[in-house]
Design a protein around this ligand. Structure first.
Ligand code: UD1
Ligand code: CA
Length: 465
């Protein structure tokens, strides 16, 4: 039997106090809905039907950011009015085949463990018509309760707002995730009414209806360690809690895989990290996009790395920000350095404090230690860039490249007015403004002559009357 997944994402999320549709609020820099869809995709479904409502256009547009392979599985439908979870599922039903297994997920429950969903689906293989993921909670208030006979046979689900005092005392709750078939949904959803406390069409009524029709309904109890992961996000507090839970899980996995984290509670992964042996990441580092570390790489405190690869034995000192750059082996960068997009730093390059580098290729062993801007430049091997060097790459209209050869010595406080070339072995005196080609092995210097005035008296402060 093929599998189809329905994801409910029509709710407005009033309690988020935000103009952003609830399911687009982010966990680890991705919309919550993406987490749900990705988990669904790992179950190899034939289709993932997303039910849109509030902010539907915005959500639909955001879906384009999914991995193309996953996006290819996604279809959307619209629930114009939020009349309840059964009504929401009904909007997707015309697209669902009768002979499919159907899994219903909520777009605001981003951390649902895949194994629990697999257990729901396995229950169908074992003969259940409907399987529900339930959980034992010390504080069940707000949730639908699982009603059972004295013998423990499942009778149905009663929503919190409809529950009697006796039912409210039940600690087994409905997480909301269910598995059943297209055929049963098509047969039984139309029988669900809205005669209840909220005047809504409850998907949860499906359980009672199927039991009455003598279809086997099974409650699958979530593993206790998964209960926190099954909580939905209704407000910013829960969003922050879910983010921490996610980061804790990620950090635990990275540690188990051999990464050293100074403190797993002060590490944020907002993308993908791959790393070699003996890497160390200090506190408060943020990893975004795709980041690759070789072996024995050290990332200092407070660094933000986005879409970069860093070769073996490199050291990135604290508070360095880098994006879309490739660093080869034995590089040292920072503290307080900024690598903007488009850099390649070859082996043993050193970029020091308060140095900004953009769209530049820097060859083996070259150093720019202090207070420098290198933009749109190509710099040869073993060149020394003095403190305060600036490539003047922008003429107010266009960007131009600066080319510097190998074994060049650029004195401190040099301005290189691009486009300009400095040939191999040249020396540039401190304070020089370079406006034309510097020939190989020559010295250039532009410097106003020093004047000396003997016995100079500095102005003194006038006394106030
Ligand atoms: C639902 C369950 C409850 C369960 C709880 C777990 C029902 C009737 N109740 O209650 O048994 O314990 O989840 O968190 O299903 N949605 C739509 N369209 C609608 C209504 C809801 O798309 O018309 C979506 C919401 O955006 C949300 C999800 O369905 O993602 C759940 O809806 P919500 O109103 O939050 O249900 P709960 O009251 O939490
Ligand atoms: Ca909810």
């Amino acid at each position: 039997m093929a599998l189809e997944v329905i994801v409910l994402a029509a709710g407005m999320g009033k309690r988020m106090h935000s103009s952003l549709p609830k399911v687009l609020h982010q966990v680890a820099a991705q919309p919550m809905l993406f987490h749900v869809i990705k988990t669904a995709a790992r179950l190899n479904p034939q289709a993932i039907h997303v039910v849109l409502g509030h902010g539907g256009e915005q959500v639909e547009a955001a879906l384009q950011g999914l991995d193309p392979k996953v996006l290819a599985l996604v279809t959307t439908c619209t629930q114009a009015e939020q009349l309840g979870t059964a009504h929401a599922v009904a909007q997707a039903l015309p697209q669902v085949e009768s002979d499919s297994k159907v899994l219903v997920l909520y777009g605001d429950t981003p951390l649902t463990p895949q194994v629990e969903l697999e257990r729901l689906l396995a229950a169908l293989d074992d003969g259940a018509a409907l399987s529900l993921l339930t959980a034992e909670l010390t504080n069940p208030s707000g949730y639908g309760r699982i009603v059972r006979t004295a013998e423990g046979a499942l009778v149905g689900i009663v929503e919190d707002k409809d529950a009697t005092a006796e039912q409210k005392a039940i600690h087994e709750i409905n997480t909301g995730m269910i598995a059943t078939t297209g055929a049963l949904l098509k047969e039984f959803l139309p029988q669900i009414g809205n005669n209840n406390a909220q005047g809504e069409y409850y998907l949860t009524d499906l359980a009672g209806l199927l039991v009455q029709a003598q279809h086997p309904v099974v409650g699958i109890t979530a593993a206790p360690e998964h209960i926190d992961l099954l909580s939905g996000v209704n407000n910013k507090l829960q969003l922050a809690q879910v983010e921490r839970l996610y980061q804790e899980q990620v950090a635990a996995q990275l540690l188990m895989d051999g990464l050293t984290l100074a403190d797993p509670k002060r590490f944020d992964l907002r993308g993908e990290l791959t790393f070699g042996q003996d890497c160390f990441i200090d506190i408060n580092v943020i990893i975004e996009g795709k980041v690759t570390l070789g072996r024995n790489v050290v990332i200092g405190a407070g660094c933000v790395l986005k879409d970069v690869s860093i070769g073996d034995n490199s050291i990135i000192s604290p508070y360095t920000i880098m994006e879309r750059s490739e660093l080869k082996v034995h590089t040292t960068v920072g503290p307080f350095a900024r690598l903007r997009p488009g850099n390649v730093l070859e082996d043993e390059v050193h970029i020091g404090n308060f140095v900004e580098v953009k769209n530049s290729h820097i060859e083996y062993g070259t150093k720019a230690g202090h207070l420098t801007y290198l933009g749109d430049s190509d710099i040869g091997r073993n060149t020394n860039i003095g403190a305060g060097t600036i490539t003047c790459n922008y003429d107010g209209a266009n960007k131009h490249r600066t080319t510097i050869g190998q074994d060049v010595f650029v004195g401190s406080d040099t301005q290189l007015v691009a486009p300009v070339t400095v040939e191999d072995g040249a020396t540039i005196g401190a304070g020089t403004t370079v406006t034309r080609t510097v020939k190989a092995k020559s010295l250039v210097v532009t410097r106003a002559p020093l004047r000396a005035i003997a016995d100079y008296e500095r102005p003194t402060k006038k006394k106030k009357a």
